[in-house]
Design a protein around this ligand. Sequence first.
Ligand code: ZN
Ligand code: ZN
Length: 330
Amino acid sequence: MRALVFDGKQPALRPNHPDPQPADGEVLIRPLRMGICATDVEICRGYMGFTGVLGHEFVGTVEKLGKGADKKLLGKRVVGNINCVCGKCDMCRGGLPEHCRERTVLGIAGRDGCFADLFCLPARNLIEVPDTLDDDRAVFTEPVAAAYQILRQLTIEGRPFVTVLGDGRLGLICAQVLSQLNATVRCVGKHTDKLALCEKWKVKHRLLSDVGLRADQDIVIDCTGRAEGLAIAMKMVRPRGKIVLKTTIAPHHQSPDNALDLSPLVINEIQVIGSRCGPMAEALWALAGDKLDVVSLISRRMKLADGAEALRLCAGATGSQGVIKVLLEP
Ligand SMILES: [Zn+2]
Ligand SMILES: [Zn+2]
């Protein structure tokens, strides 16, 4: 089969990669659409030290069952939780399987990803996609779940001032999700063309260069995908406020010489909350219920065969070229 492989140096399409075989309890999936996200780009810069088949955002069809996998899944269109867990460690037994100490993560840690003709996941990770939800929207389930995770970690009461920092793929999804709450949400970024989408969703937006860093926001969500995101967030958030970090970056792209000054966190008694993967079923319902506009985020569609070029396009897209989401098709 074909697979987009990162060998530690660069991503490249391998035309004759060996077909994966589903282990016990796993299924073989053929992706229909795949999404490229900032994590994929960072992996190609050394994030997580991962090598292997890239990719973790997908919607696909179950093609083959491993031993013991639920037979009802065969032929079904599915999305899936990317964290594959042991079920036995202290985290799993303690009700935090997403923090399983033995976990592998699709295309991110210890497990080949979905940018291929075929890939495997445990059957119990999968959720069937309703017929009313097309592939273009279903492929966004994983990043939408990451946005919904914020609502599990924060209680938003009254009308707090919330800033979503960053107008990229995840920032624009988080802004939509949070603005559905009773909160005064604004998206702050650097790109007029990307922020213009907020207009359509009636979400407030401002250019970073136009906002004063006045330490007046109750909550700041850092979706910048950049090392300086936390520093800016610390200047925006009010004393006793909260910062949610969504940014994941390769170590050498982080602040040089640990120059980041964390003392504002102490002085202003700020809570910092790290936030990763979220509830897939909730995200799928939100998408199926047409509560979010993700189709407007699709900038380009490319073929899996052109995957390496697609990744380069996304890597350069932190500039102002207007690329938000690139989808891959088989
Ligand atoms: Zn992602
Ligand atoms: Zn575990």
